[in-house]
Design a protein around this ligand. Structure first.
Ligand SMILES: [Zn+2]
Length: 319
């Protein structure tokens, strides 16, 4: 039987956890968070599932892990496999002679992790498994798995907002250790924003949808309806409105600390960068992300920024 997966791809700090939280509330969908971290953070580091239990003790993930074949839950070998993918993919993609060996290895790894997704679907009864792992290479790995149907939401956020967010301190809530999300200078954030989004652009085709974070926040219902159509989820979100969503506890295996949010959550664009980002950081980000940012429509937002406060609709667009 085919397992349907909805992969959220894009750069870090693009709002994927918020989107994942929302999508997990649609009837027929199960949100697994950043499933690529299941082995490292969930199994080895024993970090918390979105439900508050360590992943190995979570009622969903413990049953999934006990039902899959041993190689699928063997963190040591799976992590070695993922390290191979991380270090080889760029080289192998560009040097054809190494491509066939690389593709064979990808197929082998994909077959090893596929039972996790099939078990998630069987265990939860979900029609669609949402995976917000974000990396385009992970979406390619998912597509190489046997008996899956993968659709891709490419989530994009203004690069200046991303570089500002990645510079800020943010404490992780899923570990007893004092772990924070990694902080990066704008030159690094902007470079990776470009690399990951260019790679995500290459996934375009059937089963691919591009969504901007700013549009998602301005019109959550309309944006989620487009994603539901992509994933084949017929029923609307029961608690999503134009300004808020009511969240239930999730079983997300990793992600931004916002994955622990429950109850009514206001949906509002985080625009702190407009107020707090210094001119140097903004210039570096602009230089390293144009013209790709402009191709996503952020050039237009730059112009409309001058109109903030002047008219409602324009301000609405950039919030
Ligand atoms: Zn859980």
């Amino acid at each position: 039987m085919t397992t349907k997966i909805l992969a959220i791809v894009g750069s870090d700090r693009s709002g994927s956890t918020v989107l994942d939280n929302i999508l997990g509330g649609i009837p027929g969908a199960f949100s697994g968070g950043e499933i690529r971290y299941l082995w490292e953070r969930g199994i080895v580091e024993r970090r918390l599932c979105g439900c508050g239990e360590p992943v190995a003790a979570c009622p969903v993930w413990s049953r999934v892990l006990s039902s899959v074949p041993e190689p699928s839950r063997d963190a040591v070998t799976v992590l070695a496999d993922l390290e191979y993918l991380r270090t080889r993919h760029a080289f192998s993609d560009t040097v054809p002679v190494f491509g066939s060996r690389y593709r064979a290895k990808v197929g082998e790894i994909a077959a090893k992790i596929a039972p996790v997704y099939h078990a998630l679907a069987a265990e939860t009864g979900a029609e669609v498994i949402v995976d917000s792992s974000k990396r385009p290479t992970w979406a390619r790995l998912l597509s190489a798995m046997p008996d899956v149907d993968v659709s891709v939401v490419h989530l994009i956020r203004d690069p200046r907002a991303v570089s500002h967010s990645r510079k800020r301190f943010k404490r992780q809530l899923d570990s007893s250790d004092e772990i924070s999300m990694r902080q990066h200078p704008p030159v690094v954030s902007a470079t990776f924003w470009t690399v990951w989004n260019l790679a995500a652009n290459r996934l375009a085709g059937d089963g691919y949808l591009r969504v901007r974070y700013e549009d998602l926040m301005a019109d959550p219902v309309g944006s989620v309806d487009r994603i539901r159509a992509l994933a084949g989820l017929d029923q609307p979100h029961p608690t999503l409105t134009s300004t808020s969503v009511e969240l239930q506890p999730s079983h997300t295996v990793s992600g931004n600390p916002a994955r622990f949010s429950t109850g009514e959550v206001a949906l509002r664009s985080d625009d702190a960068w407009r107020r707090d980002q210094n001119g140097g950081d903004r210039l570096i980000t602009d230089l390293l992300t144009l013209p790709l940012a402009r191709s996503y429509g952020y050039g237009e937002l730059r112009q409309s920024r001058n109109l903030v406060g002047a008219t409602g609709p324009v301000e609405q667009e950039i919030e």
